[in-house]
Design a protein. Sequence first.
Length: 364
Amino acid sequence: MKIVSHEIVWVDVPLPRPFVSGTGFRTSEMRHVVLKLRTDDGIEGLGWAYAHSHTMLPALGSAIDDVATLIQGMDPLMRNEIQNHINHATQWTGGGLNEWVSAVINFALYDIAGKALGQPVYKILGGLHTESVPTYASHKLWRDWSLDDLATGAAEVKADGFKMLKFRVGANDAALDERERAKVVREAVGPDYPIAVDINQGWDVARTMEIAPYLEEFRVHWLEDPINRHDFVGYRHLVDALNIAITHGENLWDWRLFLDVVKQGAVDIAMIDAHHVGGIDGFLKAAAVCDAAFRPVVTHLSPEIAVHLGASVSNCTLVEYMDWSFGLFEDTSQINAEGRMIVPQEPGFGVTLNEELLKRGIKD
């Protein structure tokens, strides 16, 4: 089997509601770049990526196009050979763009492998859970929501069957304001329901130390990305000083950085984004590093891919439920009666592109 052609498609996927990060970034759509990688056996593998900002996506799409051309004629099941070829060709660039490109290619290769073997990706990875995986709701409770909306939204998430939720806090609010946000969420879901907080790197160490005690009062399960992603010394201080689990890693653009994080004791729960570490293979390496240090991992975004990781990686304890790509596919991630994400059983990732949406393309 050989790779013979590819196609790059751009599409704007409308969001069910505007997204507002903890630092105030707002958008009502996610621009996606989709790779269709085709083989001489007629198999089409899918890889995709998206971003809040449109600034870098043209460069990403161009790079994916170039790399997909570079690997034509190669065997799609020889992923390590292909990645070595990509690494050699891009050795003078490096950084996040390389990881992004490698991830999209890697996803398409795994999708091809699953379809060629007639198996879902999680089984190719060894398999651990066959029916469902633990998940938590991350698709609501944004920074700009009022206290009333937060309370209503939190209650809705619980009623929808999710067993845990995450809400956002901001970079500029007073400590007592953040306490009030935690208070209304806690009251809406009850005393024993797990809740987590995401700051999107909006604070520094001093501000985190100021506000965290107010969040501890309401039994926040974890504090996510409170400070700059490169401040490992600061993260070590927070891990040692606070009674809330410190979670970060989604913004580390190389699986090797997780070795530094765990060696410095700078994380309690590692959050890994497969798009940021070169794809599924990079995720597996990052998770193995964390496992060696007895650190659990959780996924970041892209549940269509992450569900397969949650179903196969032994120290992956939670899959993030986020609906940013749901409109891209005919099928969306489903939650069962136990509040767990259902694992697809179809070959590959088990997703089908929404071709009608792809025809609309992008707005500009």
